[in-house]
Design a protein around this ligand. Structure first.
Ligand SMILES: *Cc1c(COP(=O)(O)O)cnc(C)c1O
Length: 391
C-alpha cells in the first residue's frame, strides 16, 4: 500500500471492508469478551481492553498513516500522552517544549512529579539549548510543533538527532498537523501522539487519543501500558473516528486555505498587534516548518491590545463557536488564558506569550468570505474601543 498517496490511504485500508459481509464500513464490535475454541486454542481477541476488532481497525489505520509499526487508541489525547509517559520510571527526566498544551503541562508538573519523574521546560526552537539541557537521566524529549497557542516551530529532525545522541526517545504531539501535513516518525521521532478529538475526528463529536510507535519494540512496551493502565477508546468512538478520518484531507486542506486568507487579513489590520501563523514567510520558524510539513494548518492566534478588546471581539463575532477545542468543521474561537491554558499559572502563561489579549482561531469549513465579513465587523467594534488605532 506504500505506493499509494495519502488521500487514497485515508479511504482504502485492508480493515475497511468486512471480511464476513462485504460491508464497506468497519462493524461495531460491541463485545467485551470473545469465545475461545478450546483451552489450547485462543483466537486473535480475548478481552476488549486488550484488543477489539473495531479498535484494531483504527489502530492499524493510524499506524499506516503515520508510517509507524503499531498504533494505539486511547480514551482521550491526555490518556494517550499520560500512557506514553508511563514508559518512564521513577528517577527519569523529560525535556519539554515550554509552550506545550495546558493539559500536558498539568500532567508533567502535577502527576509525573508524584512518581519522581522530573522535567525541564525549555525553548525547543533552540537546538543548542535543547542539547545543553539533556541530563544523564533524561529519557524523553517531548515536542509539540507547531506549539499551542503561539505556533512556534521546532525542528523535529534536529531534536530527534539530539535525542538519539543521548539515548533518549523523541515524542511528538502531532495534533495540529496530523499525518496529512507532517509525519514525525519519518523525521526520526520514536512516538507520535494525537488528540484525535481535533482534526482527525473533525466534527466536535468525539474525545479520543491516538499514539503510533515507530518500531515494534517500543510498540510492545506501549501495548503493555495500554493493556495495564486500561484507558482504551470505546468502540463507538473508534467508529466515529474512523469515519471522520476519511475526510481529513479535504477538510484540513480547505480549512488551511481559509486560515491563510484570514491570517493575511488580520496581519494587515491596524488593531491587531500580532498574528501567529506558520504559513507566513516572515514567521521565525517558516523555513523549518516548510521543510518538515506540507502545509501551514488551520490554527492561528492573534493578539489584541488588551482583555477588554478580546471581550468585545468575542462578544461581536457571530459565526465561530466560542469554545475550547479546535480542528472541527465549524470554526472555533478560543481564549487561551482562561480556556486551554487555564491549568497554567499566570506567570508561566505570560512567559509563553499567552497574554490577556490573545485569541486562537481554528478555521472550519464555512465560506471564507462569511468568516472575513464577520471578523471585519467585530474588529470595527474593537476599534471603537481603541480609537488611537484609527489614527
Ligand atoms: C486537545 C489537545 C490535547 C489533549 O487532548 P484531549 O483529547 O483533549 O485529551 C493534547 N495536545 C494538543 C496539542 C491538544 O490540542
Amino acid at each position: 500500500m506504500t505506493d499509494r498517496q495519502f488521500e487514497t490511504k485515508l479511504l482504502h485500508q485492508p480493515d475497511f471492508i468486512d471480511k464476513q459481509t462485504g460491508a464497506v464500513n468497519v462493524p461495531l464490535h460491541y463485545s467485551s469478551t470473545f469465545h475461545q475454541e478450546s483451552i489450547n486454542e485462543f483466537g486473535p481477541f480475548d478481552y476488549s481492553r486488550s484488543g477489539n476488532p473495531t479498535r484494531q481497525a483504527l489502530e492499524n489505520t493510524i499506524a499506516e498513516l503515520e508510517n509507524g509499526a503499531q498504533g494505539f487508541a486511547f480514551a482521550s489525547g491526555m490518556a494517550a500522552i499520560s500512557s506514553a509517559f508511563m514508559l518512564l520510571e521513577a528517577g527519569d527526566h523529560v525535556l519539554v517544549s515550554k509552550d506545550v498544551y495546558g493539559g500536558t503541562f498539568r500532567v508533567i508538573t502535577q502527576v509525573l512529579t508524584q512518581f519522581n519523574i522530573d522535567h525541564t521546560f525549555i525553548d525547543m526552537t533552540d537546538l543548542n539549548e535543547t542539547a545543553r539541557s539533556v541530563q544523564p537521566n533524561t529519557k524523553v524529549i517531548y515536542v509539540e510543533t507547531p506549539s499551542n497557542p503561539c505556533l512556534n516551530i521546532t525542528d523535529i529532525e534536529g531534536v530527534a538527532k539530539v535525542a538519539k545522541a543521548h539515548g533518549c526517545l523523541t515524542f511528538v504531539d502531532n495534533t495540529f498537523m496530523t499525518p496529512l501535513l507532517q509525519k514525525p516518525l519519518d523525521l526520526g521521532a520514536d512516538l507520535v501522539l494525537h488528540s484525535a478529538t481535533k482534526f482527525l475526528s473533525g466534527h466536535s463529536d468525539v474525545v479520543a487519543g491516538l499514539a503510533v510507535a515507530k518500531n515494534e519494540e517500543l510498540g510492545a512496551r506501549l501495548k503493555f501500558v495500554q493493556n495495564s493502565f486500561g484507558s482504551i477508546l470505546g468502540v463507538q468512538d473508534c467508529w466515529l473516528l474512523l469515519r471522520g478520518m476519511k475526510t481529513l484531507s479535504v477538510r484540513l486542506n480547505q480549512s488551511s486555505q481559509s486560515a491563510t486568507q484570514i491570517a493575511q487579513y488580520l496581519h494587515h489590520h491596524q488593531v491587531i498587534e500580532e498574528v501567529y501563523y506558520p504559513g507566513f514567510s516572515f514567521h521565525d520558524g517558516y523555513p523549518i516548518h516548510k521543510r518538515q510539513a506540507t502545509g501551514p494548518g488551520a490554527v492561528l492566534s492573534f493578539r489584541l491590545p488588551d482583555k477588554k478588546c478580546a471581550e468585545i471581539f468575542v462578544d461581536k463575532l457571530k459565526i465561530p463557536v466560542f469554545a475550547v477545542s479546535l480542528g472541527a468543521v465549524e470554526s472555533i474561537l478560543s481564549y487561551p488564558a482562561t480556556m486551554s491554558h487555564a491549568a497554567m499559572p499566570v506567570e508561566e502563561r505570560e512567559k509563553r506569550g499567552i497574554t490577556d489579549g490573545l485569541l486562537r482561531l481554528s478555521v472550519g469549513l464555512e465560506n471564507v468570505d462569511d468568516l472575513l465579513t464577520d471578523i471585519q465587523q467585530a474588529l470595527v467594534a474593537v476599534e471603537q474601543h481603541v480609537p488611537k488605532a484609527l489614527a
